[in-house]
Design a protein around this ligand. Structure first.
Ligand code: ISJ
Length: 193
């Protein structure tokens, strides 16, 4: 039939894709590969919560610092924009990251108040710890910007749960940090729970 000449051959023969058709085909998304850095970086960020808790312990400085939180959220929104990522989704994840850090800090302060022998004897410099947090924040924004498909896929929740479990074992997280890790990852998946 003459009309058939105008139809690309590859459409007629899907079982024999040309090299061009193969390169056009979307690669299977390495979803778990995109999600586990989010769990790993979240755990790394939570570990800084221990240092922040120690920096604030015995100083009278409150755990909640709304001015610093605003700076963090504004900075990550701007970084997301520069990467062409969704600033709203990025901010949602970081609100959870901040809540999770405060869960760790409150938990440790409770622990240290109940058993002063466990309290830290050296006080880290909060400004230095925040520089480290800023580095982790930037890495986390990049990991979020690299993972929109993995985060909107139906597989996001199970794969993220597997990644979090792996991180928990690798880092030997205690109950407090395990709860905080789950809190930190609450908004990572775009799909309903
Ligand atoms: C980590 C800190 O404690 C809290 C948690 C924050 C965060 O996770 O970025 C920011 C401010 C504080 O409310 C801090 O003071 O730096």
């Amino acid at each position: 039939a003459p009309a058939a000449r105008h139809v690309p051959a590859a459409r007629h023969v899907p079982s024999a894709p040309s090299a061009a058709a193969t390169s056009r085909a979307p690669l299977p998304a390495p979803h778990h590969g995109r999600l586990w850095p989010l769990a790993a970086l979240s755990a790394e960020r939570l570990a800084t919560g221990d240092l922040v808790a120690a920096a604030k312990w015995g100083t009278g400085s409150p755990i909640d610092d709304p001015v610093r939180e605003r700076q963090v959220l504004d900075a990550v929104a701007e970084q997301a924009r520069q990467l062409g990522a969704d600033p709203g989704a990025t901010v949602r994840v970081f609100r959870d990251q901040i809540e999770a850090s405060k869960i760790v800090q409150r938990g440790l302060h409770r622990r240290w108040a109940a058993d002063p022998a466990q309290a830290p004897t050296v006080r880290p410099d909060l400004n230095e710890v925040r520089k480290e947090i800023n580095r982790i924040n930037t890495a986390l924004v990049r990991a979020l910007a690299a993972s929109p498909q993995a985060r909107s896929a139906p597989s996001c929740r199970p794969l993220l749960a597997v990644a979090a479990a792996r991180v928990r074992h690798e880092r030997h997280l205690d109950a407090l940090h395990t709860v905080a890790l789950a809190r930190s990852l609450r908004s990572v998946c775009a799909t309903p729970a």
